[in-house]
Ligand binder design. Sequence first.
Ligand code: HEC
Ligand code: HEC
Ligand code: HEC
Ligand code: HEC
Ligand code: HEC
Length: 250
Amino acid sequence: MAQLFPPYANTIATASLFVAAGVPFVLLVGGTQVTSSPANTKVDNPLDQPVPFSHKHHNRELGIDCRFCHSNVEDNAQASVPSTEVCMTCHSQIWTNSPMLDPVRQSWETGTPIQWNKVNSVPDFVYFDHGMHITRGVNCNTCHGPVQDMPITWKGQAFRMSWCLDCHRNPEKFLVEPVGGDKKTPKEQVFMLYRKVAEGRPLNEAEQALAEGLPSQIPQDDTHLELGKKLVKDRKINVQQLSDCYICHH
Ligand code: HEC
Ligand code: HEC
Ligand code: HEC
Ligand code: HEC
Ligand code: HEC
């Protein structure tokens, strides 16, 4: 299945311009309108979907790269779920009689997108940007749990403000550099972790914590923190501004 790894562009996304000065910071919060679990789905509870799509099958077992299906995640603010066409690149030929795939075939024939239920979200007054995190080497599992092991997708984190700030104040605690292979860009290291898992290669303690979607279990010894600080510097992460309100509320 090696040919399924997409021919991703080698260019690193040019960091999105962030205009801070002059942008009024208006936070519209009407106490009761704010739910602390935005998507109203529970952490660690698989969410019912029109098709029982399994990341475990497609990612860990078949080794399909995240970007084959979430093609804009590394460059854009928003990730998106794949169109039916992406499923049909394979399922027009394999498992063509599976009843589980009926809704996929129907969607294909009628041109009506599959109505996937949203697992993760933050409230509208919170700004989030995927590309900014992926290009700095923040692994998907830090925020989404052990995706490559999910038979049905669940929410990995509640996305509370204090949780986002934990990392924004001390990113060195959470940055991990998956070892092995060629010298990789931070972005490529994110996806290399999944490749190692799919190939059953041994993982060190920090990689293992990420694979399990448990960023709080990344070892915090001197060796790790020193590496973390080096990564913050190499990746030109501007820690000073990262906990300013306007970063996430603008
Ligand atoms: C073969 C296609 C495919 C691949 C490969 C794939 N995904 Fe997905 N992903 C989907 C589909 C379809 C959904 C929507 C259904 C669901 O939530 O399970 C989804 C949903 C998600 C969601 C939840 C979206 C929401 O509603 O909040 C996350 C997070 C996610 N994927 C992360 C990943 C990561 C990380 C990888 C790589 C390790 C990956 N995906 C690989 C197809 C794929
Ligand atoms: C790169 C090829 C490929 C793509 C793309 C792909 N699949 Fe699959 N899918 C497979 C293969 C191979 C199997 C059989 C897995 C097995 O049981 O070993 C499978 C199995 C399935 C199954 C049933 C097996 C199970 O128990 O999980 C469902 C449902 C499914 N795929 C849904 C989807 C959906 C929805 C998409 C699009 C978001 C998709 N697939 C995209 C290759 C693919
Ligand atoms: C720093 C935390 C973080 C990282 C790292 C991260 N995500 Fe997300 N992801 C989020 C948040 C927060 C949301 C909800 C965003 C919103 O509501 O707009 C989300 C939403 C999503 C969605 C749902 C998009 C939709 O259209 O419904 C998908 C799919 C997804 N992420 C995939 C990924 C993949 C794949 C990766 C790794 C390549 C990744 N994410 C890395 C925090 C993260
Ligand atoms: C594990 C670490 C980590 C977590 C968790 C995390 N972030 Fe970040 N975030 C970063 C890093 C690193 C950057 C890149 C900053 C830089 O390069 O200067 C970033 C950048 C951002 C930016 C863009 C800042 C800019 O300059 O434009 C936004 C917005 C953001 N994060 C929001 C969030 C939100 C909201 C959450 C929680 C849902 C979150 N982040 C969780 C590490 C993290
Ligand atoms: C790294 C991103 C990030 C930064 C920086 C940030 N926030 Fe938030 N904020 C969030 C997220 C995510 C939520 C929604 C989840 C929640 O309520 O915990 C939120 C919610 C809020 C709420 C809603 C109240 C509530 O508890 O439901 C207020 C008010 C708020 N933020 C104010 C601020 C102020 C003031 C600052 C600067 C001191 C700030 N935020 C900095 C991410 C951030």
